[in-house]
Design a protein around this ligand. Structure first.
Ligand SMILES: [Zn+2]
Length: 333
């Protein structure tokens, strides 16, 4: 396993040094799973301000389709010809069809009855029940539509991460067509070998630069070439079906997600994207999760996604994954 990176240096006459010769370096890194590039900039980090929850509360329209009194009246029900339940429920979590789907099987899981849950109040139980609820939906998809093999559980937490409703919810997709992420990883497995995931985990563990912890079911690490500010990865030690994500395996995954959320919150970031990827029937595409914090940049609340990620599909970060891992590792002891 090769972790490919190229150090780039731009030279210029630096006004901070009286226009003497100077410059800045950056790194171009290739993600071992997707084969896509990310850039690490060596840029001074600004301390983020305290999160402004009041600002969010003031903008909240007041009516929420995901609050428990509105779900039965407003949200769609699953088609009885295809699904065993009109809505799936686990604890307070409720799963129903997405009214604005991205694919033939798009669903939403409202995670809790509470309308607004700040990042520090998200518990293991909320996340575990919500994922279990998604898994029940996916099990029925798999029974009725075996061609829908590209299955993922996704989370946009709060508006900075793309959520249009404050009420915490997951989004589930099961499709016969891969997203670009799946296509890139599958192509890369064909080039780099069937054991790509296994080699990645073993090499990350050996190097210990970005590795966080090896647990019974998953290994946890920071991605070498992050998709965002930083990129926490959990890679399973073996192939499994979504319906096998239960018991101790689910507990372990949820526990790591909660640790990741706590770490993100310690950076005064309150928003993130998460995806949990499955590819049914492909034993070489190992189930894994990626979780990236999302923030805006002060003082203008500038969106962190600019033309590079938007049009070149090339993420940038000012945080070196090795340094993030060093700090985050303390949460795993
Ligand atoms: Zn609500």
């Amino acid at each position: 396993m090769n972790f490919e990176k190229v150090l780039k240096k731009a030279t210029f006459l630096d006004p901070l040094k009286g226009f003497q010769e100077g410059g800045r370096e950056c790194e171009v890194r290739t993600d071992p799973l997707t084969g896509r590039n990310s850039r690490i900039l060596f840029f001074p980090l600004r301390e983020l301000p305290e999160p402004d929850y009041e600002y969010l509360r003031k903008k909240d329209p007041g009516f929420c389709p995901f609050c428990p009194e509105n779900i039965p009246k407003i949200t769609p029900k699953f088609n009885p010809a295809l699904f065993g339940s009109d809505r799936y429920r686990v604890g307070e979590a409720v799963c129903f069809p997405n009214a604005f789907p991205y694919d033939e099987n798009g669903a939403v899981t409202v995670m809790t009855e509470k309308h607004f849950v700040p990042i520090d109040e998200l518990t293991d139980k909320i996340i575990k029940d919500a994922i279990s609820c998604c898994i029940e939906f996916l099990a029925d998809v798999t029974n009725g539509q075996p061609e829908a093999v590209y299955q993922s559980i996704n989370w946009n937490y709060l508006p900075d991460a793309g959520s249009s409703i404050l009420h915490p919810h997951l989004q589930i997709t099961a499709s016969s067509i891969p997203t670009n992420y799946y296509s890139d990883v599958v192509k890369n497995i064909a080039v780099k070998g069937d054991d790509l995931f296994v080699r990645l985990v073993s090499e990350e563990q050996r190097l210990s630069e970005r590795f966080l912890s090896r647990k019974e079911f998953f290994s946890w690490m920071l991605a070498f070439a992050p998709e965002g500010v930083f990129d926490v990865m959990a890679i399973s030690h073996e192939y499994f079906k979504p319906s096998d994500l239960s018991g101790a395996r689910l507990d372990e995954l949820v526990n790591g997600i909660c640790k990741s959320i706590k770490f993100i919150s310690s950076k005064r970031i309150i928003s993130y994207n998460m995806s949990l990827f499955f590819l049914l029937g492909n034993m070489h595409f190992i189930p894994h999760m990626r979780l990236c914090p999302r923030t805006t940049v002060p003082p203008l609340d500038t969106c962190e996604i600019n033309y590079m990620k938007m049009l070149h599909n090339e993420p940038m970060s000012t945080m070196k994954p090795e340094m993030v891992a060093e700090e985050f590792r303390k949460y795993w002891i």
